[in-house]
Design a protein around this ligand. Sequence first.
Ligand code: ADP
Length: 256
Amino acid sequence: MNETPMVRFDKVSKRYGPLTVLDALELDIAANEKVAIIGPSGSGKTTVLRMLMTLEPVDEGVIYIDGEPLTHTPRNGQLMRADRAHLKRMRANVGMVFQHFNLFPHMSAVKNCMEAPMTVLGLSRDEAYARAAELLAMVGLGDKLDHYPAQLSGGQQQRVAIARALAMRPRVMLFDEVTSALDPELCGEVLAVIRELGAAHDLTMLMVTHQMGFAREFADRVCFFDQGKIAEQGAPEELFAEPRNERTRQFLSAVM
Ligand code: ADP
């Protein structure tokens, strides 16, 4: 049981001026593991995802994907800042779905899903179309390929965003509060897609969520963040039923 973790944060710190957002974070996520990140606003949850997407630089420490440094390359026995080719290759391992969908508004659902596979992976138009159509069907939108984002409900847009991320065939999928901009009746269809993905695909999944019920049901492990650190983590049935940390107890009693 000594396998290389799919994701490793090795003493990763992040600061904005005087504010320490992540404080020497250590977090290993096994291949195919489903991890939920919970915690108060401002505790650094989104920053963890943004760093994995290389949207935020790391100040200290190293992030590894399947044993390979994400934003560094070994040179002369030291880890140096990686070049663009390395970043491009490593980025392809990670897909992210955002709170506010972030679809291209001037592109149809299928075009949204074809863009990156064509420009980044070099797929032909036909290959990209076939892949996009298959994924849109999988998220229940096989009849909406030519719809533009404005013609779709929030839940449908979010499912397009999931298909778009999957079209890059990432090994790690990140979900950042993907239901918090949705009306409650539309959350279910998005969570159902995520649930199905978790069951059917060989995917490592990391999600920031305020939906404790979903975290409890879906995650193999829940990490409670507080002030840039993991204050407590464990299997959901333990962490939710018997939190050991006083901060976790306070947080859970406020949100559940
Ligand atoms: P969470 O997702 O847990 O709410 P975040 O990771 O979004 O927390 O943010 C952690 C802290 O970092 C917050 O206090 C936030 O205001 C701050 N922060 C995030 N991004 C920036 C930025 N670009 N510049 C300055 N401060 C930031």
